[in-house]
Design a protein around this ligand. Sequence first.
Ligand code: NIG
Ligand code: FE
Length: 414
Amino acid sequence: MTTLVRGARQLLTLRGDSGPRRGAALRDLGIVPNGAVLIKDGVIVDAGPARRIEKLPAARRAREIDAAGCVVMPGFVDSHTHLIFGRPRLVDYEMRLAGATYTEIAAAGGGILSSVEAVRRMSAAQLETQARAALAAMARHGTTTVEAKSGYALDEAGELKTLRLLAKLNGDPLDIVPTYLGAHLAPPEYRGKPDAYIDWTTAEMMPQIRRRKLARFVDVYCDEGAFTLEQSRRYLDHARSLGFGLKIHAEQFARTGAARLAVELGAASADHLEQAGDEDTRALAQSNTIATLLPGSVFHLGLRTYAPARALIEAGAAVALATDFNPGTSPTYSMQMVLSLACTEMRMSPAEAISAATINGAHALRCADRIGSLERGKQADLLLLTVADYRELPYYFGTNNVHMTIKTPCPKQS
Ligand code: NIG
Ligand code: FE
């Protein structure tokens, strides 16, 4: 089947070279005024000026989608979420609004371990209902590919239940990139024994997950009260030796050295970075590790310290943006809201934010050869927006500016 998307007031192609976008390239959206996109069997045949695309022989017989007056852009690549968590943490939320800190809430029986208890207890079918509702909301808000972490069960049965559910949900309708977050926290049965937990997860869980092809990435929460730099290094080293890509929750509440560890190990991304300093910024800028910023979590926690996006961009780091969708720190489905926060709170320009939420998100998932821009040969995942100028996307905050999400199924992954 051939489809012609025509009449786009601004077509944001995000075309460019094959590496992650930094500096001036991050600001270049490859805008085509009055653009069109020709799609055949879910693959982009060509994207560019309407007068050229509409003359292509295949365009004449194509089914047409009218994008008159719209911005047309690639679907969002949400490269950091904790998709499967069972239920929202509303008691935590109210406690925090009354003044309790993230650590105090955890100490009072809330926090990550309360989600662990819920996910262990819930059936796969119950978790599926929660996850499907979240995926449908993400699709409505323009996300077409989503990374999803396990890490809310932390035992064998629960982690496998989560990862198998991700495999089942993949492609219906969104593409899901699965990540094993075994080292989220030491679970109750390993309380006070984080090293023994790391031993278990590396020896027992990782090989099994690799063999069953249930995750493409492995992630660790390196922070005060979670795992130390040395524990994180040991865990990630092992993951790397098994062939997993690496991700790290780095410098979120305390500065630990995790961002530099990510660079040293060649991680695909270092995520959060609220507490990152100059050395971290420089190390990231000189690497291919994507600096993934998650301003939704800072906003929801009511904190003031956002990641140093300007310093990272000016040093030359490749910055991505993601929701960090999770029940404790960032309950949002909306990449659009993340863009608004990135611009207002972190002083990113609208163009930088859009590149960070599409092509650089794709780099953070190592699938930029297939998604993240509207270029010949790429998967036809695109958005028709209700706005006529791309700057309106972050400007109209807290609303859904997506008129239509076009999602092409991709071949089953991992
Ligand atoms: O990315 N900090 C670690 N993980 C999550 C929060 C998880 C939770 O509170 O349930 C994050 O912010
Ligand atoms: Fe996270």
